[in-house]
Structures are given as structure tokens and as C-alpha cells.
Write a protein that binds this ligand. Structure first.
Ligand code: NAG
Ligand code: NAG
Ligand code: NAG
Ligand code: NAG
Length: 701
């Protein structure tokens, strides 16, 4: 070997090493957009409590998306700060994307999931049962979500760049507990022995890294209900998962206000069906004693049974749970690279009519073949009792009159369950035979989307509802086993991506179903729902790995055009004589110290006139020099809160109260608070206004 050959060989080795180490197997884009719903007058989605209407804003809602492409195959994953996703919502997002990009994006390659916050306005689902406590469809909530989700995907599309993906996992302790532990215990002991805890404590993370080795996006999955904010909260909030995202984005976009900056960090949901963040557990509100473990009831005179979090109030609980999840995710990012994902991309999607699904199984004790069936949707009695995270508000029964005018209008259209329904759902006692109600449109879905997205050895499983802990574990085990039957298939990492594409309440295991707690009463397709899903997802993974196509299945009914809505729009806004919109009603003090709360009030208009997406109803501004002010906090900041108060319905008067609690990281100096709004003139038309407080001094001590 001569010298030049040697040099050539070494150079080749070095170059190929550098090339291999840095070559990016994927095109990756991440995007975020504001999708905050109307902050006032609309009931929140989650606790089914008609009285839990919005009265202001604490944290904004965002949609966070990533797109990954390889060999001309492209997939999109979205996590939205919302209660859940409806089919009509996804259909509209896809329609708008196709108007812009033709067939690049479809129902099949986009998976849209919700974090499941219970602190955001509802009315966007189109299935009557889910919109009843909101008084029906709310076009403004729907439009805010559609546009925000769409925009987050457009931004991810516009940001596509060469990138690498790393997968890693960590354990988060002290952030979640099981809220139906007695149901969990009904699962076979051999199965339970495979796991240390009765909820999943694993956080799974995807990290996106550019050609320079910089992290530009991180998506995490973790199982916990975003119900740290309880049903007495009236401020729009993204709750624990949303705040964890904000903390991560603050770390990687240190100069930006919330919702801005290039880095996108998402915390998406997983098998959270029976998982609560209220880790002090259920207690009786008056005595402080634990509730009865089986029934979640308290003795007379000991008050109501509900669980609360580790903090002194719900805000502090939200902060603690969010910080615990965020801190683990953040240190995982820095802990080496994790496993690099490099394989191919594929996806599969099929609609399934669950009540028509039959499944042959062999009974292990008798060797007899049994035929299992899905049931026509129905809700059981325990559903009305609620959970220890939010005791029952949904007291609707066949034929009863309630305070809810929408229920009173439609209650006669709900049919009695048939004999077949009663047998099929047994031992669930049927409260509402929702699958038998068709007027004025479908009450609960019977056709659901099932979907898998494969990126290398990662399988994202899009579940159209809330899987309990063991349901998720069982599906993951079965899918991994099924995948291994295939030649050339390595070990897969299966992630449960819950509340995807459509909402169909809960899914428990058959053993949990027999206990008929809340989650089981809300398993709408009956005792074999999970077995049916496992069978269906096994079919999908077999087809996916053997590159076979499946038919699209029966399309869900088009529910859009006959929507029922009892919420009214803004009529008009007025202001007291001599006090124009934006004029100050309560000025701040002259000086404040760290830890103090600044309070200011303005003559205002209804915030529903303009949702100020990507902007803010108010800004806390710091003076940087004689002429310039810099925005330090917005309405989306953790430190600020906005309360809207209607002072005269007849005259359309209202006030906006803004608070800012001064944190220890604040820069001392001169500050002011500026409010912007839009009023509706009595003779029609929308007009902007603004107002600014006087300047005040903030000192450290
Ligand atoms: C909600 O949290 C507040 C504290 O922030 C507490 O006073 C109240 O009792 C809680 N209510 C329920 C139903 O959890
Ligand atoms: C369900 O099955 C029934 C009876 O076999 C059939 O009439 C109906 O069309 C099926 N529904 C769907 C959506 O496939
Ligand atoms: C299930 O069993 C029934 C009767 O034993 C049979 O007719 C049917 O074809 C079987 N279905 C499947 C999917 O194997
Ligand atoms: C069930 O069938 C399997 C194999 O077909 C056999 O090994 C087993 O003994 C049978 N069990 C019973 C209870 O008949």
C-alpha cells in the first residue's frame, strides 16, 4: 500500500464517519399556534358542570405539531390544549390543508390528539351528549381550534429541515395516582405483577435535532389527567400538561413571551383514563378522612369526596405537577442522545363501526369458541356520579327535567334501551341509551377512527378515547408481540396516543368493566370494547408491516349542518357616561415588591368580540429607556390572570380586572399595564380600544 492510498483510505474513513454521524435521515418541522377559545360565558369541557363557565384567562391554549418525512412519506402529529378532538374538527382541518397543499395531508397521515385539559371552553364536538352541558355547539370555540391546529401544521410545514430523531424514556414519580385502584385490582394478578405501579410513571420522549446538533423540538407522552385545576376554576387554562409545555418552551426560547419562539415543546396524553394528578388522594371535604375506597363516598356530615393535589390550592398543585413532569423531561433532553430512530415511515387508518364488530375467541378453560360483540353506545349509572377529580354534575336521567334547558328540550328524544342493549352492556345498568337517540343528530359515535403512525421502530397508536392504565399496557404488549411475528421487525416502542381524532369516552379492561366505576360506566361499547380495539389494532399493525392496504371503513355521519346551539353571541357593549372603553377604574399603587400582586381594572368590552390569537388582551410592560417599553408578560403568562366582570347586562357594561404576581426573577424598574379590546357598537360593528395604567415602580425588597 502506498502512502497516497493510505491517506485516501483514512480520509475516506473519517469522512464516512463524519457523514454517517451527521447525516440526517429525516425532514422534520415543528410548529405552534394559538387556539384559545372564548374566555368568558362558555362552559368548560370536562367536568360536565353547566355552572363552570369561563370568567377570564390564566393560560392560553396552543396547538403543537410536528411533521416527519422520509422517502416521500410524511406523517403529522398534533397535540392540542383542548378537552378532546371531534371528527368534524379533524375533517375541517384536513379540508383547509388540502385547499392549500392538495393531497399531501389526509385523514390517514395526520393524528390530532388533545391534552384533555378540563379548563377550556367546549361546544366543538358535534355529538350531542358531549355538548349538552355546554348548551350545544359553540362556533367560536370550534373555529378557534380548527384555525389554530391548521396554522400549527402550516408552520411545521414551512419549517421543514434536515433532522435526526432520538427516543428516550424516564420515570416521573409523585405526579400521578390511580383514581379507581379497586378496579385496577380486578385485573389478573399475573398481569399486575409485570408492573411496579398501578399507573404508568414512564415519560416517553422524542427529541428533534438539527444538523448543528441543536434541539429544535421535543414531544413527550405521559399519562395523567389535566385536572389539577378543579371544577371551581373559571379561568381558561391548559392545566398541568400545558404549563409543563410552557416551562420547557421558556427554557429553550428564553427571550420570548409564551407562545412565541422557534423551539416547540409538547406534552401529549397517554393511557390516562384512571390517572389523577391529585396525589393526596380522595378525602372527605369536611372531616379530611379518606373516602370509602369502593364507593368513593363519605359518611353523612363528613362532606363531599374529592381528591386534591400536592399544593395549598389548585394553582399551586398545577405548578407542582407541571414542574415535576417538566423537570424530568428537561433533564432527559440533556442526558445523552437516547436511541436514534432511522427507519422508514408509514401510516394506516381505518374507521370501524364498533357495535357491528364481532370477534371469535377461544375460552381457555373450555376450549369453546365464543363470539364477542360490540354494543350500541350507552352510559351507565356511575357515569352520573362523576369521579373523585370532579364529583357528579351530570344528573341527567331518562325523562327527568333538569336546570339545563338543552337537556329539557331533547330529553324526550332519548329512547329506552332495547333488551339486546341491556344484555350486551350487562352488568352495566344503563342510564342513557345514547346509541338509540338520533334526534336532532347522533348523541355518541358508533363509528370511530383507528390509526397507527410508524416512524422507524416507534409506533404511535391513535386511540379515539381514554384508555385506562391496564388497557394501555395490554394493547402495547399485544401489539409488540404481533409486530414480532413479522420477519425483519425489530423491537417496537409502542406509544399510546390517546384522545386522538374523535372522542368516545373511556375504555377499560373487561375485568375493570365488571366493577362499574365511572370509567367502566363510560365505556360506551360494552364489556368487550378493549378486546375489539386490540383485535383491530393487531389487524392494522399486520397490514402496516406487510405493506398491505386496508379499506377506509364506514365513514362517520356528517353531523355539521344541523347543529343545535343555545348560547348567544355578544349583543352589544356599553360604557358608563364619561368613562370610555379602556379608561382606568382602579389604578395600581406607586410601588410594589417581589411577591406582591399588582391589580388594575379597566372599563372593558366583552372579550368574545376578539380572541386576540397570537396577541394578548393585555401586556405588562417595563420601561427600557425614555421612549421605549418592552413587553415582560402577557395574558398567557403564569404570573398574570385576567378576570372579566359583567357590571350591567342591560347596558352592556363590563370591567376587566388584571392581576400580576411579581415573581423573584423579575427585573426591578418602572412598569405599566396596557389593555387592548374590541367593543361591539349598539348599532353594529366592532371597534378596537385600548387603555394604559399609570406607571409604577417594582423593587426587589
Ligand atoms: C378546588 O380547589 C380549591 C382550592 O384551590 C378548594 O378550595 C376547593 O375545595 C376545591 N374543590 C373541589 C371540588 O375540588
Ligand atoms: C351494521 O350491521 C348491520 C346489520 O348487519 C347493517 O345493516 C349495517 O349497515 C352495518 N353498519 C355499518 C356502518 O356497517
Ligand atoms: C367466527 O365464528 C363463526 C361461527 O363459529 C364463523 O361463522 C365466523 O366465520 C368466525 N369469524 C371469524 C372472523 O373467524
Ligand atoms: C384445549 O386445546 C389444547 C390444544 O388444542 C389442548 O392442549 C388442551 O388440553 C385443551 N384443553 C381443554 C381444557 O380441553
Amino acid at each position: 500500500m502506498n502512502f497516497s492510498n493510505f491517506v485516501f483510505g483514512v480520509t475516506f474513513l473519517v469522512l464516512s464517519y463524519v457523514f454517517c454521524a451527521q447525516s440526517a435521515p429525516y425532514k422534520i418541522g415543528v410548529g405552534r399556534a394559538d387556539c384559545t377559545g372564548p374566555p368568558v360565558e362558555i362552559t368548560f369541557m370536562g367536568y360536565a358542570n353547566l355552572k363552570q363557565k369561563g370568567e377570564g384567562l390564566h393560560l392560553r391554549q396552543y396547538s403543537r405539531s410536528f411533521i416527519v418525512e422520509k422517502d416521500d412519506k410524511r406523517v403529522v402529529f398534533v397535540s392540542v390544549d383542548a378537552g378532546m378532538i371531534g371528527h368534524a374538527l379533524k375533517r375541517e382541518v384536513v379540508k383547509r390543508l388540502q385547499e392549500r397543499y392538495d393531497d399531501l395531508y389526509t385523514i390517514d397521515n395526520i393524528m390530532i390528539t388533545a391534552t384533555h385539559t378540563h379548563g377550556a371552553p367546549g361546544g366543538f364536538l358535534m355529538h350531542l351528549l358531549y355538548d349538552i352541558s355546554i348548551l350545544g355547539f359553540v362556533a367560536q370555540t370550534y373555529e378557534a381550534l380548527v384555525e389554530g391546529i391548521y396554522l400549527s401544521i402550516v408552520r411545521a410545514h414551512d419549517n421543514l429541515q434536515d433532522g435526526r430523531i432520538f427516543l428516550s424514556k424516564t420515570t416521573v414519580l409523585n405526579a400521578n395516582i390511580n383514581r379507581s385502584p379497586t378496579s385496577y385490582l380486578a385485573n389478573p394478578v399475573e398481569e399486575r405483577e409485570l408492573y411496579e405501579h398501578d399507573v404508568d410513571k414512564t415519560l416517553t420522549q422524542l427529541k428533534f435535532v438539527d444538523n448543528n446538533g441543536d434541539v429544535f423540538g421535543v414531544f413527550n407522552w405521559f399519562a395523567v389527567h389535566p385536572v389539577s385545576m378543579n371544577n371551581t376554576n373559571h379561568l381558561v387554562t391548559s392545566d398541568n400538561m400545558g404549563y409543563a409545555s410552557m416551562l420547557l418552551e421558556k427554557e429553550y426560547n428564553p427571550k420570548d413571551v409564551p407562545g412565541k419562539g422557534k423551539f416547540v415543546g409538547a406534552f401529549a396524553n397517554s393511557n390516562l383514563g384512571d390517572v389523577s394528578p391529585n396525589i393526596l388522594g380522595p378525602k372527605c371535604s369536611k372531616s379530611g378522612n379518606p373516602c370509602d375506597i369502593l364507593t368513593s363516598k363519605c359518611p353523612k356530615n363528613e362532606g363531599e369526596c374529592f381528591a386534591s393535589g400536592p399544593g395549598n390550592d389548585m394553582f399551586e398543585s398545577t405548578q407542582i405537577i407541571a414542574s415535576r413532569i417538566y423537570e424530568k423531561a428537561s433533564s432527559l433532553i440533556k442526558q445523552g442522545e437516547g436511541n436514534e430512530i432511522t427507519g422508514d415511515i408509514s401510516f394506516i387508518h381505518q374507521f370501524v363501526d364498533v357495535p357491528n364488530y364481532t370477534l371469535n375467541v377461544t375460552n381457555p378453560t373450555t376450549n369453546q369458541t365464543e363470539i364477542l360483540k360490540g354494543c350500541v353506545p350507552a352510559m351507565g349509572y356511575s357515569f352520573a356520579a362523576g369521579t373523585t377529580d370532579g364529583p357528579g354534575m351530570f344528573l341527567f336521567e331518562q325523562g327527568t327535567v333538569t336546570e339545563n334547558p338543552l337537556w329539557n328540550m331533547v330529553r324526550t328524544f332519548i329512547a329506552k334501551p332495547t333488551k339486546e342493549d341491556i344484555n350486551c352492556h350487562s352488568p352495566k345498568p344503563i342510564l342513557l341509551a345514547t346509541g338509540r337517540a338520533w334526534f336532532p343528530y347522533e348523541w355518541q359515535p358508533r363509528i370511530v377512527p383507528t390509526q397507527l403512525i410508524k416512524i422507524g421502530n416507534l409506533i404511535l397508536t391513535g386511540i379515539p378515547g381514554e384508555f385506562t392504565t391496564m388497557s394501555g399496557r395490554r394493547l402495547k404488549r399485544k401489539l409488540s408481540e404481533t409486530a414480532l411475528e413479522h420477519e425483519n421487525s425489530n423491537n417496537f416502542e409502542v406509544v399510546i396516543a390517546g384522545l386522538a381524532n374523535l372522542y368516545s369516552s373511556y375504555i377499560t379492561t373487561n375485568e375493570e368493566y365488571l366493577k362499574q366505576r365511572y370509567e367502566a360506566a363510560s365505556t360506551i361499547f360494552g364489556p368487550h370494547t378493549l378486546s375489539i380495539y386490540i383485535d383491530q389494532y393487531q389487524r392494522l399493525i399486520r397490514a402496516l408491516l406487510s405493506k398491505q392496504k386496508v379499506d377506509q371503513g364506514p365513514l362517520p355521519p356528517y353531523l355539521n349542518d344541523r347543529m343545535l346551539s343555545l348560547t348567544t353571541g355578544v349583543v352589544y357593549d356599553g360604557h358608563p357616561i364619561g368613562k370610555d372603553f379602556g379608561s382606568i377604574k382602579a389604578e395600581p399603587q406607586d410601588t410594589y415588591r417581589f411577591g406582591d400582586t399588582v391589580k388594575v381594572s379597566f372599563v372593558a368590552a366583552n372579550p368574545r368580540n376578539n380572541l386576540y390569537h397570537e396577541e394578548s388582551y393585555f401586556t405588562v410592560e417595563r420601561q427600557v429607556d425614555e421612549e421605549n417599553w418592552e413587553v415582560a408578560f402577557t395574558d398567557a403568562s403564569w404570573e398574570t390572570r385576567m378576570y372579566w366582570e359583567r357590571t350591567s347586562t342591560v347596558l352592556g357594561f363590563s370591567d376587566m380586572h388584571i392581576t400580576w404576581t411579581i415573581g423573584p426573577d423579575t427585573i426591578p424598574g418602572l412598569y405599566r399595564i396596557k389593555h387592548v379590546g374590541t367593543y361591539k357598537y349598539i348599532l353594529g360593528g366592532l371597534f378596537p380600544y385600548e387603555g394604559t395604567s399609570r406607571t409604577f415602580q417594582v423593587n426587589a425588597q
